[in-house]
Design a protein around this ligand. Structure first.
Ligand SMILES: [Zn+2]
Length: 212
């Protein structure tokens, strides 16, 4: 075998190994596991430690700061539209408009992900996560701390999308819940509501327990 080719293959192999090592180090430094930095749906470690259920109330979320993720938007496609498994709501303003974090949190995922296109997942307290997808550009990286209202992406149509919009999801312990439970999509406010979150296997079952 040609010595030069062998040497270049060895160098490439070592560089790749170093890249992988660096990625692993980076992930653990951010406190996220490999699956947490890879997938849209991921459970929150320790969420049910010492308990089998808990409540999340919009009042508690509001105290952490709140901003509607796409001010001025219209709803163009609702949760479970036409009895499909549409796992979020589609909201729209115009191409490259600023997409904002709904609450304070830490960016768990920022990558291109199949039909989601460029997607951001922000992890908030109480096991809540918000998902913003089809972005023309992601503005934050995995591990970044973000404040409510902070620009995190630009509205786009990457992935499986036929028009510029934000596919917005709310997830608890990885399970998508109806964003209309928490958000008044028409008025761009939070619903006065408490959700009960119960442990089920690796996920959670969530139901509305009160509307004030
Ligand atoms: Zn959608």
């Amino acid at each position: 075998m040609n010595y030069k080719i062998l040497r270049s293959q060895l160098v490439t192999g070592i560089v790749c190994m170093l890249c992988l090592l660096f990625q692993v180090t980076e992930s653990s430094a951010q406190g996220f596991s490999e699956s947490e930095v890879s997938y849209v749906s991921a459970s929150t470690p320790g969420l049910f430690e010492g308990r089998s259920k808990f409540n999340i109330c919009s009042d508690d979320l509001l105290k952490l700061g709140f901003c509607f993720p796409l001010p001025g938007c219209n709803l163009i496609s609702d949760w479970h539209r036409d009895n499909t498994d549409h796992s979020g709501v589609d909201i729209k303003t115009f191409a490259n408009d600023t997409v904002r974090s709904a609450f304070n949190g830490v960016v768990r995922l920022s990558r291109n992900y199949g039909g989601y296109g460029n997607v951001i997942v922000v992890r908030h307290p109480f096991g809540m996560e918000t998902v913003y997808s089809h972005n023309s550009k992601n503005l934050v990286e995995c591990g970044d701390t973000v404040r409510a209202g902070q620009p995190i992406a630009l509205e786009g149509r990457t992935g499986r999308a036929t028009t510029e919009h934000v596919h917005f999801e709310t997830r608890i312990n990885g399970v998508a819940i109806n964003p209309n439970w928490l958000f008044d999509i028409e008025n761009h406010t939070l619903q006065p509501v408490c959700l009960e979150v119960k442990k089920t296997g690796d996920g959670a079952s969530v139901q509305i327990i009160s509307k004030k």
